[in-house]
Design a protein around this ligand. Sequence first.
Ligand code: PHE
Length: 460
Amino acid sequence: MAGRGNFSSKLGFIAAAAGSAVGLGNIWGFPYEVGSGGGAIFVLIYLFFCFTLCLPVMMTEIAIGRKTAKNAVGAFEKLGYKNWRFIGMLGLLSGVLILSFYNVIAGWAFGYVIEMAKSNFAVADSFSTFTSDVFTVGLYGFVFMGITAFVVSKGVSGGIEKAAKFLMPTLIIMIIGIAVYSFTLPNAIDGLKFYLIPDFSKVTGQVIFNALGQAFFSLSLGMGAFITYGSYVGKNDNLVSSATLITLADVGIAFLAGLLIFPLIGFMSEGSMLNVGRGPALIFVTLPQIFGHIGGGLGSLFGTAFFTLLCFAALTSTVSLLEVPVAYLVDERKMNRKKASWLVAGTIFVIGIPSLLSAGYSQFFTNFITYVGAESATDFLSFIANVANDSFLPLGGILITVFASHVWKRENLHEELALGNPNYHQSWLKKYLNFVMPIIVPMVLGIVFILTILVNFFGF
Ligand code: PHE
């Protein structure tokens, strides 16, 4: 495998893969989905999907990657199914689109580190002024993409693994530190109740499929990120335990992010849990106001720490998003890794410019499209997020599971999962996969895919 690189250890792979999974989706997306999705009940449904549906998809992706030692596109060809390369191509496209807007949000987080360090809590009161200053936030995004390209250009063990091994533990320590602090604030308990005590009357169809969409995005599934990372894993590693640990890490950190944020909201709303921005504004508007409320040096310290942690989480995800097309160019086009990293990063930065402009600067991109039946326009960044996260990823997941069960065949999947895992053939997991993979997983994903499109774009 000279030239392609490998993770140096099982732990290195788990750190990098958990780094891919843990990102803005956990710390920014998860709490706001919980906030608008009825609290604890959303958490329960989300956990259910992560372990019953998503984990099998993750194992499948990693197995395809390790079996072939190829990128997301080449893997299908290597298995002997050239006509199925389009799944990898769809994954590449998803990765490029996701990174193009994800990096813009990461750039905002990066900017907030600076604002919090300057104790400029007022930035939250005029968030759209902040995001409309495209030259400043554009520069932040540019730097963020540059750091991402730098890490990827250093290769699998020297860049991706090394960065993840430093960033992930630091992130966990910071989250726990801030969460513990947030527990000490007045009315923290009301936030915890909202977060942890389920109210079953809040279950709706929308809550259920938002939870699945969140689980899928948060676990980085459906675009070949895990095919790519799996391709750098050693033949003796146990893929089942790795995938389980990655899922636990992802879910655990999302859960911790909630433990950090909801007590803060309880404090800010004086226990009512009302009148605080939920939705996407939660992190960029509500939290800084809370840090401002805490005030002085302490507010600035926690604010800076929080947004630094958000950047760390985002970086290990942007790295994995960039690695998917880079691995493709390195394997299939024989391009040098360094050149591929900088070239793709530069291109995606340019593709992301309309998203950058769509948060207030350009009216055209800010009110880009009005979906059928919608009352207001959707901005370009959200539009790309709707297309890539909510439509392409589930579609990719359906295609990957259908491919693995019916084209590549489950016996081959089992054989790969049994490497480094001698008890696999007797395990309940094997029976479970036989039960869910052929029809249940693709069908549930298919229903959610169709409903999401109908609801998102056609106002059902
Ligand atoms: N899982 C990442 C997050 O939660 C996002 C991501 C999606 C990364 C798909 C890679 C691939 O932020």
